[in-house]
Design a protein around this ligand. Structure first.
Ligand SMILES: Cc1cc2nc3c(=O)[nH]c(=O)nc-3n(C[C@H](O)[C@H](O)[C@H](O)COP(=O)(O)OP(=O)(O)OC[C@H]3O[C@@H](n4cnc5c(N)ncnc54)[C@H](O)[C@@H]3O)c2cc1C
Length: 433
């Protein structure tokens, strides 16, 4: 058994990360107290927390740990959602929304603490996370975020235009929202580290074993794969934006309540020391307020890891290289020549209101989706809450705002059209300036 059977994206993370653990496939009849489907951050964190509580748990993963969004993302550790702020979350979910806000507020620190506790080497840097604003009018967003998050005890600050310029090494932005608990990691290294930690505590992980379906049989959950099946008292479905990737009939309601939108990531050549010291000198993670998001962070080799979006025909990677080169040179003229050593992509699960969806799927069965590109940090404590849910902790103590799945009507058609939203965002961004 080895990891070479799985096709990894041509990502910086796949190139830079030592291989994950050797894992078996699911073959024949197996049993566990809790079955988790999907070995991304959510599934791995759920399993880790269950093992910490002494619960028998087995993960069934279609490919390998970190193969989905968890191993492909930008690695920004961000303790907020993309758009909804605490008041929006609490207006929607009441008391449980407040508990969710508390979990989100602490999520970046939780991630770094878990990595420390299990000695996971994932190039982690708790250098803070900044959301600079790209137009004078957008400073209102930063002010609102600072006000609301301060009310809930988050260590956040409003940056003036000068402070944003000093922090980012560019005067392209007009101030910003700053949270010092954020930062960045090598996400694939974190996923593989979590997998090792969970295995070390006695969890089982079956790899290269796509779950085809699950059902209730004799009071238990039974998950079927091509070569075997596993039964258990409880079930956590942690397949997120990749829910429809391997089996359309696994969780169709969850698969069709988010739009899986392709997000492109790219890593430059390592920057020279002199240049690096002038571009985001404090090594913070940065995602701004553009609809067509500008984002960047350093990896451990001083590559800028950034990305973008592109639609239409032609070689998308080459078109993106040209577009993002122009952007980087505009933001930081001192960067000089730019080349990209890695370009890859992954699916971000978008919901219409940018809120995540967390569900009860039946007796002792739970699932979630809708990361909206902001759940590297969130998935770690979320796994802890899902572990509590399967252990029978009362709902009034959980930070899980449950809703019923609401599939998007005409999902297939809208999925084809969704990339066109980029044109709307570009127009809006241009108009604001
Ligand atoms: C390109 C990109 C950039 C992003 N950047 C950031 C960022 O910088 N900061 C941030 O906070 N968030 C970011 N995100 C979002 C973040 O990556 C996700 O929120 C997070 O990784 C979700 O983890 P997960 O475990 O829930 O899902 P995933 O990591 O997607 O895990 C789902 C797993 O389920 C498995 N699976 C699917 N179907 C089956 C099946 N039938 N049987 C068994 N297993 C199955 C998949 O193989 C996969 O391993 C980004 C996402 C993408 C795609």
């Amino acid at each position: 058994m080895n990891t070479t059977d799985v096709r990894w994206p041509d990502s910086l993370w796949a190139a830079a990360t030592p291989p994950g653990p050797d894992l078996p496939e699911l073959i024949g009849m197996q049993a566990a107290d809790v079955i988790v489907i999907g070995a991304g951050f959510t599934g791995l964190s759920t399993a880790l927390h269950l093992r910490e509580a002494g619960v028998d748990v087995a993960i069934v993963e279609a490919a390998e740990p970190g193969w989905g969004a968890s191993g492909r993302n930008n690695g920004q550790v961000i303790p907020t959602l993309s758009r909804p702020d605490p008041d929006d979350i609490i207006a929607r979910h009441g008391a449980v929304g407040e508990r969710f806000v508390g979990m989100l507020r602490d999520s970046a620190s939780t991630l770094f603490e878990v990595a420390r506790r299990y000695k996971i080497e994932a190039e982690q840097e708790q250098a803070g996370w900044v959301q600079p604003v790209h137009s004078p009018g957008r400073i209102k967003i930063a002010e609102r975020r600072v006000r609301q998050w301060s009310n809930y005890g988050a260590p956040v600050e409003l940056l003036s235009r000068e402070q944003a310029r000093d922090m980012l090494g560019s005067d392209a932005w007009y101030g910003g929202f700053w949270n010092r608990t954020g930062g960045h990691i090598n996400p694939l290294a974190l996923a593989r580290g979590l997998a090792r930690a969970a295995l070390g505590l006695g969890a089982r992980i079956y790899a290269r074993s796509p779950a085809e379906s699950f059902e209730r049989r004799n009071g238990k959950w039974v998950v079927k794969t091509a070569k075997g099946e596993i039964s258990g008292r409880s079930l956590v479905v942690a397949t997120n934006a990749y829910s429809g990737e391997f089996s359309k009939s696994l969780v169709p309601d969850i698969a069709t309540e988010v739009m899986p939108v392709l997000s492109w990531q790219m890593a430059t050549q390592p920057l020279s020391d002199n240049v690096r010291k002038t571009i985001i000198p404090g090594r913070q993670a940065m995602s701004d307020t553009h609809g067509e998001l500008y984002f960047a962070r350093y990896d451990a080799r001083n590559r800028l890891v950034t990305g973008g979006a592109v639609i239409g025909p032609g070689n998308k990677a080459e078109r993106l290289k040209a577009r993002v080169t122009e952007r980087l040179q505009r933001l930081w003229p001192q960067i000089g020549e730019v080349s990209f050593d890695y370009v890859w992509n992954g699916y971000v699960g978008m919901t219409t209101d940018f809120l995540p969806r967390i569900h009860r799927l039946g007796p002792n069965a739970f699932g979630w989706t809708g990361c909206n590109g902001r759940a590297v940090a969130l998935t770690i404590p979320l796994g802890g809450e899902l572990a509590k849910a399967v252990r029978g902790v009362p709902e009034k103590e959980l930070a899980l705002p449950f809703t019923e799945p609401v599939p998007i009507v005409a999902h297939g058609l809208l999925r084809k059209l969704a990339p066109l939203m980029l044109l709307v965002y570009r127009r809006r961004d241009a108009r604001e300036m």
